[in-house]
Design a protein around this ligand. Structure first.
Ligand code: DGT
Ligand code: CA
Length: 572
């Protein structure tokens, strides 16, 4: 394939960016940028000139070094210097360069002053307001960077359910109001409440002559139409999200919803099972010897198959079809089962609401109790509390509890699990707490053996109750750290420890697979918001979705218990 002038120019720009990140000689960097500009708009094709053996140094601004580099690009597709830089420089810094307003100079400043190396570091620094302290980063610039970072995540990763669900719901609501639309629902992985989703799938039942499709492809939020047809179109929204819309006749809606809800593996298993009963299921309906016998409602499928209804969150082909045929599916936990929240922060560490405000907000949500789990001293960046401050906070809680009716604040802390597996508060203070939540916040890169040993040692402390965000993943930003989860689940069972399902939308940790594994091993789960503000308490609903995907029932989750029963459980 021929290298275009544009390809060469872009390689030089990238080279200049990366050299600038490395604080290289400014003249050298400027030479690459100049060359890029000239090459891009040069009337003749460089690839052809190289092949014809022409002398490139005849061109203004192209010296020997640049000519050599151009030949290297044409002949090998790349420059070895660029390869080396790409290896040396953290990949996230390269992604950061593409955030609007964040050129190499600014990325380097953030790297040097705030030690920002990853997108996650950047996000944390933005959240904590640390970037404001760096000279030249005013509120407007910070706003642009914040938006740009969000956009980058859209482009480079699957999207967080948390970011996409409200957008999908708003569109669905709008589309339902359009003439001759009978029903319209969100399908695909969003309906199954996967923690990340690739796109928005929608299915509409329309009567003939509905203007829905026309409205959809010409919507104000659409940047580009990928595909357009009377029954199926795909668009890219201005925020980068893809939306697929299917329109079916009202009579086919149930079958189509089932088909486009997926998962694909679930559909295949269910359809195979149907074939054994002489039934054919596809996106158009349910058929017995080519006679259509249903498909208007999704429930037709389950009724005709004489099986239990399978909630969308379970449709992942993890054994749900067989259990539904035996009528023995789990009764999945619901939002209303939650009686308390066991992980949240206040202004005593890195939260932005006071103890009183968090308690009041939780009471309004209908909770009976909360555990306040501010950070401990090792986490200086989050203003973690030392023993003295923890004891002061406990007194504050006692005073507040005395004024609250039918509501209890449990005294707790999110105690750092130190590198050697000891806990970040003295044993005598740990013993005074109602509940100890332990978490790893640094040294993520220990070997699997060491990391597992560290956590197991912490769990062995008789005061330890809940292991918070057990795998440490940040969806799309940080992989889980290496740990032997089987060993941790086994130890939790033996020691009477609880594992957390942290409901922060970018954590959802434990994930669905590990929730199911923990449940099967008889280990209980704490479903907690890890709220840092009053609003964050709502994260719990994303935790509920993940818990349901992990087959959890009310009985598997400790904070569905009334307080007295929950307290009993804490005694180890
Ligand atoms: P995603 O988009 O990767 O987050 O996950 P899904 O499950 O939403 O996948 P998507 O959008 O490709 O397709 C939506 C549903 O449509 C999928 O769950 C099942 C159904 N589907 C799509 N293509 C096929 C197919 O080739 N065979 C079958 N049986 N079902 C399909
Ligand atoms: Ca999808």
């Amino acid at each position: 394939m021929q290298t275009s002038n544009r390809d060469i120019a872009e390689t030089f720009i990238k080279l200049a960016d990366l050299l600038e990140l490395e604080d290289e000689n400014p003249f050298r960097i400027r030479a690459y940028r100049n060359a890029a500009r000239i090459i891009r708009s040069y009337p003749k094709n460089f690839h052809e000139m190289v092949e014809a053996g022409e002398d490139l140094t005849q061109i203004h601004s192209i010296g020997d070094t640049l000519a050599k580099k151009i030949r290297e690009i044409v002949q090998t597709g790349k420059i070895s210097l660029l390869r080396r830089l790409e290896k040396e420089i953290p990949h996230d810094l390269e992604i950061m360069l593409k955030i609007p307003s964040l050129g190499p100079k600014r990325v380097r400043r953030l790297h040097e002053i705030l030690h920002i190396n990853t997108l996650h570091d950047l996000e944390t620094a933005l959240k904590k307001g640390e970037i404001e302290s760096v000279k030249g980063f005013g509120p407007k610039l910070i706003q642009i960077i914040t938006e740009g970072l969000k956009q980058k995540r859209y482009e480079t990763h699957r999207h967080h359910l948390y970011d996409v669900l409200p957008i999908a719901q708003a569109l669905a609501e709008e589309f339902r109001k359009i003439e001759r639309v009978d029903r319209l629902e969100i399908a695909g992985s969003i309906r199954r409440r996967r923690d990340t989703v690739k796109d928005i799938d929608m299915v509409a039942a329309c009567f003939s002559g509905s203007p829905l499709m026309e409205h959809f492809v010409s919507h104000q939020d659409v940047k580009r139409v990928v595909m357009e047809g009377p029954t199926r179109s795909s668009v890219i929204l201005k925020n980068g999200l893809q939306v697929d819309l299917r329109i079916v006749p009202p009579n086919d809606f149930g079958a189509a919803m089932h088909h486009f809800t997926g998962s694909r593996a679930h559909n295949i298993t269910l359809r195979k099972m149907a074939v054994k009963k002489g039934i054919k299921i596809n996106e158009y309906g349910i058929f017995r010897s080519d006679k259509r016998i249903g498909g208007e409602k999704e429930s037709d499928i389950y009724e005709i198959m004489k099986m239990q209804y399978i909630e969308p969150e379970l449709r992942e082909n993890r054994g749900e079809v067989a259990l539904a045929l035996q009528h023995s599916l789990p009764r999945l936990i619901e939002r209303g089962d939650i009686r308390g929240d066991l992980h949240m922060h206040t202004t005593c560490s890195d939260g932005n609401a006071t103890l009183e405000e968090m308690a009041e907000a939780a009471r309004v949500l209908g909770y009976e109790y909360i555990a306040v789990t501010d950070h401990t001293k090792h986490l200086t960046i989050a203003h973690g509390q030392d023993e003295e401050r923890v004891l002061q906070q406990m007194e504050m809680i006692d005073r507040l509890n005395a004024t609250l009716k039918d509501f209890t604040i449990l005294k707790s802390a999110e105690v750092d699990i130190l590198a050697d597996g000891t806990l970040d508060l003295s044993q005598s203070v740990l013993e005074k707490l109602d509940l100890v939540v332990g978490a790893v916040h640094y040294k993520f890169n220990l070997s699997k053996k060491e990391q597992t040993r560290r956590i197991l040692k912490a769990m062995e402390n008789p005061c330890f109750n809940i292991l918070s965000h057990p795998t440490g993943r940040l969806i799309g930003l940080r992989e889980p750290y290496e740990i032997d989860m089987d060993a941790i689940i086994k130890a939790a069972k033996e020691l009477g420890c609880i594992l957390e399902l942290n409901a922060q939308p970018d954590r959802l940790d434990l994930d669905d697979i590990y929730c199911k594994a923990a449940k099967e091993a008889g280990v209980r789960i704490a479903l907690s918001s890890d709220a840092h503000s009053v609003n964050d308490l709502h994260y719990i609903s994303y935790g509920i979705s993940q818990a349901r995907r992990g087959w959890l029932e009310k009985e598997d989750v400790v904070n569905t218990l009334p307080l007295t029963q929950f307290r009993k459980l804490l005694r180890r």
